[in-house]
Design a protein around this ligand. Structure first.
Ligand code: NZQ
Ligand code: ZN
Length: 387
């Protein structure tokens, strides 16, 4: 096991009606607040009104910036930064999913920086400080509600890039599973896929003697798999929604990665896909992950056998470990398919025309992944396996 520091400082408020506490939690950071949200789901669900009421009850002065798109754009981030600087904003409240939270994080970092915010994403500057961020989560998926990462898309060249800093970790996040009842089936499935991917990125490690985190990863994976179909078929089943929501946070709050080095190659390849084709992050992962698994499994067949056996209950064939490993990969792919995700590029209407370009863009700052290092040609081969 590797040495580690685990310090996740996000205060989590989990349960029914917890959004009523948003005013109380926010006012701790000041009286001028930027309310940041997406394309309107929070208005049609009535959440917007409840949040605003709670904020006003605490005497908070509200400024608003809506319109965050999935795969959030740097142009809106720049608008938000201007607003924060102009109005001396104390706290940014993100009400929505990963896209809104990531956009809020970018604004928070940009508001404390004199240069252009994209510097943080293309590696020309490091985030040093940010405005505080609060979250009311409406979709369990990205785990951004307690992560220190932010992923933004630059329309100029369609680069989708990530940055991270401890100051970007939200100060608090409100998680009410009831708020996820209104999610379309497709978005629920994308979220489920993303949280599974966050666990798998950590699971496939070269680190030996990481039994506790292996078992924690497996428990979280099994919980998500066990509750996925219930949540999809009965969207107002509180228990299933609650299990999925808590799993989404646990999948990406760094606990499952303690003492081990994760891979993250599939995420980086997916960011190239959603950068160019603007597909949902979860859907892109359902396509890339099984292909990545098939490309790398021989690197550590035993780890893939353990995964197949413990997560998917595949019986171990001691005479043919590769067969067991491949059966686990197949089960993963079938599961993604069963929840309505595409598992090939073709199913997402993506052709081969940009394979070289995506592989080149993705690897221009060095090879991807840690479990197995991926160079440009490896990425092309993985995309070919995903055809
Ligand atoms: O914009 P609105 O109208 O709110 O609709 C959203 C959006 O269309 C809708 N939605 C959200 N909550 C809803 C709802 N619709 C009805 N009822 C609700 N309760 O869902 C759609 C997708 O929202 P989005 O925020 O894009 O989803 P998600 O949370 O999956 O975020 C995806 C983004 O997060 C990034 C991804 O790359 C992608 O850009 N990631 C961020 C990470 C991080 N910061 O740590 C890690 C992840 O690996 C990921 O890369
Ligand atoms: Zn992800």
């Amino acid at each position: 096991m590797q040495d580690f520091v685990f310090h996740n400082s996000t205060k989590l408020l989990f349960g029914k009606d917890k959004e009523q506490l948003v005013g109380q939690e926010s006012v701790v950071y000041g009286k001028k607040l930027l309310l940041h949200y997406g394309g309107g789901s929070i208005k049609s669900s009535g959440l917007y009104d409840r949040v605003v009421q709670s904020l006003l009850e605490e005497g908070i002065e509200l400024f608003e910036l809506g319109g965050v798109k999935p795969n959030p754009r740097v142009s809106l981030v720049r608008e938000g930064i201007e607003l924060c600087k102009d109005k001396n904003i104390d706290l940014i409240l993100a009400v929505g999913g990963g896209s809104v939270i990531d956009s809020a994080k970018a604004i928070a970092a940009g508001a404390k920086y004199d240069g252009d915010v994209w510097d943080f994403y293309d590696g020309n500057a490091e985030v040093m400080d940010s405005l505080p961020i609060g979250v009311v989560l409406t979709i369990p998926a990205a785990g951004s509600e307690s992560s220190e990462g932010s992923v933004i898309t630059n329309e100029d060249g369609w680069f989708k890039r990530a940055t991270g800093h401890t100051s970007l970790r939200p100060r608090f996040a409100i998680l009410n599973p009831v708020l996820t009842y209104t999610l379309p089936t497709y978005q629920t499935a994308c979220g489920i896929t993303d949280m599974i991917a966050h666990i798998l990125e950590r699971y496939f490690t070269n680190e030996k003697n990481v039994e506790l985190t292996d078992r924690l990863c497996e428990a979280a994976l099994k919980t998500i798999i066990n509750n996925a179909h219930t949540a999809l078929e009965n969207p107002t089943n509180y228990d299933a929604r609650a299990e999925i929501m808590w799993s989404g946070t646990i999948a990406h709050n760094d606990l499952l990665g303690t003492g081990r080095i994760g891979d993250w190659g599939s995420h980086d390849i997916e960011h190239e896909l959603s950068g160019i084709y603007d597909i949902a992050h979860g859907a892109g992962l359902a396509i890339v992950f099984p292909a990545w698994m098939r490309y790398v499994y021989k690197h550590d067949v035993n780890r893939f056998v353990q995964f197949a056996n413990r997560v998917w209950d595949v019986e171990i064939d001691l005479n043919n470990l590769e067969k067991t490993a491949l059966a686990g990969i197949k089960k993963t792919e079938q599961f993604f398919n069963s929840i309505g995700m595409p598992v090939t590029l073709k199913e997402a209407n993506i052709g081969q025309e940009h394979f070289e370009q995506m592989a080149k863009k993705g690897t221009e700052r060095g090879p991807l992944g840690n479990f197995v290092k991926l160079y440009k040609d490896d990425v092309v081969q993985i995309l070919n396996l995903a055809k």
